[in-house]
Design a protein around this ligand. Structure first.
Ligand code: MN
Length: 394
């Protein structure tokens, strides 16, 4: 069995107010072509189909056309789940009808416990969920209130869920999991690659890869670069097909694409297939004199890419409309920033800057600075839950 693994389409996303829809449609055409060239048996979309729970009508129309092309025109099965950006209940609409044409879409936790059965594999589609969803699910399963109340973190919840999925394993078949979480190589790891937001995910909602070891292969969504894959051979992120923020313009994140996962009785392999951006996102950082020097900018794909420009050591009093001048040279400038190359002294060297801390750590540090005490366990739990809720709304 051969599957195409992609994730985090975020249809309808904008970059500093610029619509990415044309770029997303371009990327989709390439994904479809790869699927056809590789003769895959289905396309896996591991969550965050839309960018928001209530997507705008252009986004809905665009995704409808994409799924139609895959599933109706080319009759390829789709194996999809909702991510934290999707509205699980809304996206659930029509689910049972869609399954009739091989469009398998799970958005609710309880749906994960019915794997999709093929001749040689079981495909478990586990959508994004939070500890509260797990409490509700397990109380419906007859679990006592004391036990459901013990489900505090996503780690607590996932241990129960995985144990129940494993009970459904058919020993004659391969077991594949599609899910949407921050998974790290070990419990202590912190993700510092680009993820949902530009800040660290931290220990907050990240799960250790060891939780998923029972599966033969895990196809993840949530982190937007495949370089964050926690186990290179079998627990992998596909990454988003499109660059979503300026951080991703950094060459170290280059290489958007999808993975072709080939599953046979004795091995599973994955092969990266690149997607070429139509309008690339280029980050430049240089002094004003350099940026406006023809020798420099003639080296750049002016008017063909989007630019995020950081001007170094800039005397702002000299130029009235910096953006307009740069746009004359470069075309679309999606982000403009200023940087001093001379490092400034830090007031509190023992305190990390906000950008390098996870949101929960930041709250903890602030609390400590104000009260002189660490957060108690119930307080920490409250903070965690607030950020889990926020990550769903984001
Ligand atoms: Mn995402």
């Amino acid at each position: 069995m051969k599957l195409l693994h992609t994730a985090d389409w975020h249809i309808g996303r904008t970059l500093n107010g610029y619509s990415l829809l044309a770029e997303q449609e371009q990327a989709f055409q390439q994904i479809l072509q790869i699927a056809l060239d590789e003769h895959v048996d289905g396309i896996v979309v591991a969550g965050d189909l839309y960018d928001r729970a209530v997507p705008n009508t252009d986004a809905v129309t665009a995704l409808d056309h994409m799924f139609r092309a895959i599933n109706i025109e080319h009759q390829l099965p789709i194996y999809a789940i909702s991510g934290n950006h999707d509205g699980a209940k809304r996206l659930n609409y029509g689910r049972e009808w869609l399954a009739n044409t091989g469009f398998h879409l799970n958005t609710l936790l309880e749906e994960a416990f019915t794997p999709i059965e093929t001749a040689s594999t079981q495909i478990f589609l586990l959508p994004f969920f939070d500890p509260m969803d797990a409490r509700v699910y397990y109380s419906h399963q007859g679990m006592s209130e004391d036990q459901t109340k013990a489900i505090h973190t996503i780690n607590d919840a996932m241990q129960l869920v995985i144990a129940d999925l494993v009970k459904l394993f058919d020993p004659q078949k391969r077991h594949l999991l599609v899910t949407h979480f921050a998974v790290t190589a070990s419990a202590d790891d912190e993700l510092d690659l680009t993820s949902e937001t530009t800040s660290k995910v931290g220990g907050l909602a990240s799960l250790p890869a060891s939780l998923f070891e029972a599966f033969d292969y895990v196809m993840l969504g949530h982190i937007h670069t495949r370089l964050a894959s926690p186990m290179k051979d079998k627990i992998r992120y596909a990454g988003s097909p499109v660059k979503f923020n300026v951080k991703e313009a950094n060459p170290k994140f280059h290489g958007k694409g999808v993975e072709i996962v080939d599953i046979t009785a004795d091995h599973i392999t994955h092969t990266f297939k690149p997607i070429t951006p139509h309008t690339d996102l280029i980050a430049l950082k240089a002094p004003w004199k350099t940026l406006t020097d023809p020798e420099y900018y003639h080296q750049q794909p002016c008017n063909q890419a989007w630019f995020a420009i950081t001007i170094e050591d800039f005397d702002r009093s000299q130029h009235l409309n910096v953006r307009a001048e740069l746009q004359k040279i470069y075309g679309t400038v999606v982000e403009l920033d200023y940087a001093d190359t001379q490092a400034k002294p830090i007031d509190h060297p023992e305190t990390a800057t906000p950008g390098t801390l996870s949101p929960d750590d930041l709250v903890g540090q602030f609390f400590h600075a104000v009260t002189g005490h660490d957060l108690s366990q119930p307080q920490q739990r409250l903070v965690d839950n607030i950020f889990i809720d926020l990550s769903q709304e984001e």
